[in-house]
Write a protein that binds this ligand. Structure first.
Ligand SMILES: Cc1ncc(COP(=O)(O)O)c(C=O)c1O
Length: 465
């Protein structure tokens, strides 16, 4: 390649991509090497719920940009205009100073998060989680002689791609080969009742799953545990909505042992489950909330680590000590495009009542997927909240033996061939990469959902009969 790619010569784009781009979470063997099969996919354009690829083929995107991100849909000119105007005025200044959109967005965001007061800006979900981990560690040093430094995380949850986030990673296939990990991260059991670990049901099951966290705390020593980090609804680990009884007991346990509660809203945050934040379904009071993907719907990179004033206070109580503050740097946390985009994103969700739409369309989609479950024995369970849904595939409903992963992937590929992009848990839990994932934009209509469900129906028939 000579570096000169003409905008209108898409074949050159495809070849440049094949030769030089290292895609995330993709095996490149298929389209590179001596005898490539097919081309890398280039997504060229998007409008509303739909995207077009390099061949001009239209796809209905049921996964909001592949990873639960484009919550308000594609082609929002008002976000682009706000970003453009802000970039011309001031693109960047380090976070040691404030910015107009940064201050304005923090105020609008905090108004939606009673009990929390401070927003630390950063640029990816992983980095936001790292900030919370660092705060927990520093609090341990400042307040507890370094002892209360352990961070609990849950089997099947994911908190990001960096080594510390993988150390808090409950998905063994995501983690494999990237160790050794950071010490001081301790795993607690998952709470997926469909894959029950206790012979109980409903609320009793939820309480037992939370009590399992307490057992870990007691085994480790409560005076060594600083925080518990959980997804409100586990995403890539199988779309897991915690059972009734789970969250109140989790909150109780955290209070009992003075353990800070860190909720990772990187996927659920900003509308995905039908409330502004997933934790708000459960009436819990977190100390940290981290968020990224839907904050600006992918129109600009922005992530936030939001804390209570109690946490913030712990970092400003010794003003005479030059070490006594959060000594953290996030270069791109100072980009103004992020909060400028996030402000418009928030306004769109409010003005178009996208939370209301998410609740209504989420219920509709859940019903449609449950109807599909009546038709296809391979669907073992349908679960989710709002427009964040999963269908776990099994080869046998009684034994719950997970469906063959190649067949699960074949369902995804068949939908793609039909022009509908759905997802599936992928290289996550060994033997359990068997859940189809759906997270259409919060603007989805019944017609969109019907198209997604009927593509899945046809794909399941073709793959499983
Ligand atoms: C729950 C959760 N937390 C954190 C992350 C990491 O976010 P990022 O990829 O922006 O670093 C992800 C990414 O998928 C996620 O699903």
């Amino acid at each position: 390649m000579d570096g000169k790619i003409l905008d209108n010569d898409i074949s050159r784009v495809v070849e440049a991509d094949r030769a030089h781009v290292w895609h995330h979470l993709i095996q490149h063997a298929a389209w590179t090497g001596e005898a490539p099969k097919g081309d890398p996919r280039i997504i060229v354009e998007g409008r509303g719920m739909r995207v077009w690829d390099q061949k001009g083929k239209e796809h209905l995107d049921a996964v909001s940009g592949g990873v639960w991100t484009v919550n308000v849909g594609y082609g929002r000119e008002r976000i682009a205009n706000a970003v453009r105007d802000q970039l011309i005025k001031l693109p960047y200044f380090a976070g040691s100073a404030g910015s107009i959109p940064g201050a304005q967005f923090s105020e609008r965001l905090i108004a939606k998060m009673p009990g929390l007061t401070r927003v630390y800006y950063t640029n990816s979900g992983s980095e936001a989680n790292e900030k919370a981990f660092k705060m927990v560690r520093q609090i341990a040093h400042k307040r507890h002689g370094g002892k209360k430094h352990k961070i609990l995380y849950r089997e099947r949850d994911y908190h990001g791609t960096t080594i510390a986030c993988l150390s808090a990673g409950g998905q063994d296939e995501r983690n494999a080969e990237y160790g050794p990990y950071t010490p001081g991260f301790v795993r607690v059991p998952h709470c997926l009742e469909y894959r029950a670990q206790w012979d109980l049901e409903g609320e009793d099951y939820g309480i037992a799953a939370a009590n399992a966290i307490e057992e870990v705390i007691l085994a480790e020593g409560p005076d060594t545990v600083g925080a518990l980090c959980l997804e409100p609804v586990t995403a890539g680990g199988g779309v897991i909505v915690p059972p009734k009884g789970y969250w109140p007991r989790v909150q109780e346990i955290c209070r009992k042992y003075d353990i800070l509660l860190h909720i990772d809203e990187v996927v659920c945050g900003v509308g995905r489950t039908g409330t502004w934040f997933g934790y708000q379904h459960y009436g819990i009071e977190p100390d940290f909330v981290t968020m990224a993907k839907g904050v600006a719907s992918g129109y600009a990179a922005i992530a936030c680590c939001v804390t209570s004033e109690r946490v913030f206070e712990m970092f400003r109580d010794e003003s005479g000590d030059p070490m006594s503050y959060f000594r953290d740097i996030s270069t791109f946390g100072g980009c103004t495009a992020g909060p400028a985009a996030a402000l418009e994103n928030l306004s769109i969700i409010e003005e178009e009542d996208l939370l209301g739409n998410t609740v209504a369309m989420g219920e509709y989609m859940l019903d449609q997927l449950r109807a599909l479950q009546d038709k296809h024995a391979v669907i073992g369970e349908v679960r989710g909240k709002g427009l964040f849904l999963g269908a776990e595939l099994v080869s046998d409903r009684t034994s719950k033996e997970p469906a063959n992963e190649k067949q699960v992937q074949a369902v995804v590929a068949d939908c793609m061939a039909q022009g509908v992009i759905i997802g599936a848990t992928n290289r996550s839990i060994p033997g359990f990469n068997n859940t189809l994932c759906y997270s259409p934009a919060l603007i989805a209509t019944k017609d969109d959902i019907n198209q997604i469900v009927s593509a899945t129906d046809a794909a399941l028939t073709r793959v499983f009969g």
